[in-house]
Design a protein around this ligand. Structure first.
Ligand SMILES: Cc1ncc(COP(=O)(O)O)c(C=O)c1O
Length: 400
């Protein structure tokens, strides 16, 4: 079965893990800071904190930024649940802004309108969690300028976009956002099994996140109120155990060495999909709801942007096909190809409808996107013959 995503683990990765398993430290040892330094040098961020998963990274981001009950925090409906759940964890109120019909990220023009409408009711936006969906960066400069104009915090959920570039800059996320979060789940660009990281260029935020990762406790002599001796620690904030283990960090460092080649492989495979289907491409997602006669909308990179291609999302014009989305999915599955859908709009999840009153129709572009979207298989170990079988099966399905 060819699935939409998969890890790549080689002998070097396995040896790296084994050597930590045979060492003195399984957790809280030297592999963590080595991995964090590697992530800083790859992303250009000044500070990094490795944590147990991407959701923990988002949770700590919210606490470090001081989110609390009554704060209004905006995000996109087309993301994994965690981007929005992190808002709720802190007691703040989540709201959404619809996606851009071409890059599927938070629509910056609509964000401005939303902020202005809140302002007209004397309400201030505390933060925006923007997600580089599928690996395609948001318009970060525009987001940054808006954050300065309206005084809100910016979190970059970069769980899809490790290695992407914006205006030829791969270190854009930590430069524009207060905090950037990563995930190392097996389908992501690199994996540590479960794992995540928090990047920032802000030392104060970094120190807070470091404390929060380990129960809010410190042994740092400069931070202690008293010091009873070498065993002594103080808890100065309410934190969590969100640590990554050392053997996971060793896997992460070993994977990082291969990251440039992983990204290149993803880009090459994405180009092969685009070349294969470009003749069917047109804009299906529009503000007016009118669609072209085209069969597909492909993920086209916008100017000055290089996607890291975590996903290859296609939109399918089912009005032009004699089959439904479910039949399309089943047909691919019966040919050994398991597609995936990214994502069910978060505002339509029962939890968000029941607790925050969102209803169908609130974010029409995201909802239409969900009706049309499938993610094609895309991962570094996908063989050309396997990709060809995906392309051929799809081509047959699109020509019925
Ligand atoms: C955009 C996005 N944010 C956050 C997460 C959460 O990451 P994790 O699964 O490591 O908790 C994911 C993972 O799927 C994701 O895709």
């Amino acid at each position: 079965m060819i699935s939409y995503g998969k890890q790549y683990i080689d002998d070097e990765d396995i040896s790296a893990v084994i050597s930590v398993l045979q060492s003195d430290f399984l957790t809280q040892g030297p592999s963590i800071s080595h991995f964090e330094e590697g992530l800083c040098s790859f992303t250009g961020a000044t500070f990094c904190t490795a944590v147990s998963n991407g959701t923990a990274a988002l949770h700590l981001a919210g606490i470090a930024l001081g989110w609390k009950k009554g704060d209004i925090i905006l995000s996109t409906p087309i993301t994994f649940l965690s981007s929005v759940n992190a808002i709720v964890f802190s007691g703040a109120t989540p709201d959404f802004v619809d996606i851009h019909p071409e890059n599927y990220n938070i629509d910056v023009e609509k964000l401005r309108i939303k902020i202005e409408s809140y302002r007209n009711h004397n309400q201030h936006i505390k933060a925006v969690v923007a997600v580089d969906y599928a690996g395609h960066p948001c318009d970060w400069k525009a987001l940054y300028e808006l954050s300065k104009e309206f005084d809100f915090q910016l979190v970059a959920d970069a769980c899809h976009s490790l290695g992407a570039s914006y205006n030829n800059d791969t270190s854009y996320a930590a430069r524009f956002a207060d905090i950037t979060t990563l995930s190392f789940h097996p389908v992501k660009h690199i994996t540590t099994g479960e794992g995540g990281a928090i990047l920032t260029n802000n030392e104060e935020l970094h120190k807070k996140v470091q404390l929060l990762r380990t129960h809010g406790m410190t042994k740092d002599a400069d931070m202690l109120i008293q010091n009873d001796g070498p065993w002594y620690y103080e808890m100065i904030d309410l934190g969590y155990n969100y640590r990554l283990t050392d053997f996971q960090a060793a896997l992460g460092s070993s994977q990082l060495k291969k990251l440039p080649s992983f990204i290149q492989k993803r880009k090459d495979l994405a180009k092969r999909y685009t070349d294969a289907f470009f003749h069917l491409h047109g804009q299906l997602l529009t503000e007016s709801g009118d669609t072209t006669q085209s069969l597909l909308q492909l993920p086209i990179e916008q100017s000055s942007i290089q996607s890291a291609f975590h996903l290859y999302p296609i939109l399918v014009n089912f009005e032009k096909l004699p089959i439904t989305k479910i039949e399309f999915f089943q047909h691919m599955l019966s040919n050994g190809i398991r597609l995936q859908v990214h994502y069910i709009p978060v505002h339509l999840q029962p939890y968000y409808k029941n607790n925050f009153g969102f209803i169908k129709g609130d974010f029409p572009i995201a909802e239409r996107f969900y009706e049309l979207e499938f993610s094609l298989p895309l991962y570094p170990s996908l063989q050309i013959a396997e990709q060809d079988s995906v392309i051929n099966t799809l081509n047959k399905l699109l020509s019925i």
